[in-house]
Design a protein around this ligand. Sequence first.
Ligand code: GLC
Length: 536
Amino acid sequence: MYEVYPRSFADSDGDGDGDLEGLRQRLPYLAELGVDGIWIAPWYPSPMADGGYDVSDFCGIHPMFGTLDDADAVVREAHQLGLKVIIDIVPNHTSDQHPWFQAALAAGPGSPERGRYLFRDGRGESGEVPPNNWISCFGGHGWTRVVEGDGRPGQWYQHSFASEQPDLNWANEAVLAAFDDIIRFWLDRGVDGLRVDAAPALAKAAGLPDADYGGDLRFLTLEWIGNPHWDVDDVHSIFRRWRALGDAYEGDRVFVAEAVVSSAERLSHYLRSDELHSAFNFQYMKSAWDAGVLRDVVEETLAALAPVGAPATWVLTSHDEVRPVTRYGRRTTSSAHFADGEGETSDRALGTRRARAAAMLMLALPGGAYIYQGEELGLPQVDDLPAIVLQDPVFKRSGGAVRGRDGCRVPLPWSGAQTPFGFSPGGARPWLPQPVEWAELTVEAESADPDSMLALYRNALRLRHDVGELRADEIAWREAPDGVLDFDRGGGARCVVNISGSAIELDPEYTVLLSSVPLEGEALPPDATAWLVRRA
Ligand code: GLC
């Protein structure tokens, strides 16, 4: 699957923002790349306080991106090209501009309108202390106080993310019923599935008790166990309801969870046979470039998912993460939190070399894989965007201490030697400025270079289709020296990843199908991957 972040994919009308017509025009590029489908990040009307994850109408299209007709055209033409289409659904919260929230503000305490959200009175003498100690993912308190109709400070509302994203109350039947309709609205239009944003946030512990965060007040959902506002068991009844709804449709419709939880075992609960179909593998995505760590996470993932019969997924990055060529060139190659490693220098050549090896490892594992737009071009994180253009709420909420995620959202370079590199017609200025060095990283430039990252992704995806063994369910580990991963796929195919400090000899009984670096002789150098097949 290929993640499209629509504002940064391709701009057809020359306003510097990507749009759905731009996406439609470029669908053949994705078919040629060899992916099976696309996941489109939110395309809904939104004030863009969080890049579109602050939705003000769940059944519309942001005018910046186009119209419902444009969305239909994307789905139709993607299907004609054999591509599935998954869209984002953002059920945990709405925009503060959503009519439901505006009605809740107007209706006042105790009203059914407020009952759709988590409004509470504050603590302290005059309600000036937030109702509990919950924090926001983007820094600071997880509560914001409103001004009531009489002009005085009043109740507080809870928000797991920015204050412009009030959390919905999923214990309220009206919310459940409204989302049934929203899901049907899109499935009726022919989308193949939904990616469920922030799935573990939906249910909250009864009574909204204080959280026990320990010393570090960061949103570390990969570590949280028993947290009252994350991965609360009640969440699963919501997904059972959705599964039944989706199963009533003809054809294959899937739900993909975005669920950053404390273990592969906790994740597997979301993937029981009557819940969601698959989930992003954050444990894998956030792992360090280290053979032992990677092998452990692969084994844990497969072991945890086997009992529920769900396929694994493998993913290196997304619109929320540091781009792999930058992350793997830093000292800190793991990332428990999106601020980890920010500001560290990165060795671009090393990072690119490792990202190539990591891509081949990801694409050799059993299950699905997710590629984030620009990953196939080896785009680096743009970590010197001027502060004035930064839009991620993380930047503002941290008082400028954390730059946030804009650096992985810079518009794609398609062609030509100068910005906007074919992203916009007529040379319009993209919403985030592209580095001039990206002239070497355009689709056009990389298509002409057999050693480019794009060529590697195209070759790897083609082989994944053509060599059936690479798609087998089984994986069998071979004994390997320290720092080396070596496993068989489907009997005759094999993947070797060298994360040790020195070159290793490849087995002469095998021939190389594809390698992440040019090979000299029979040796695989450090930070490289090779796919092999047994000699006939
Ligand atoms: C998910 C999205 C992220 C967004 C957040 C709040 O993690 O991927 O971009 O900020 O949810 O909706």
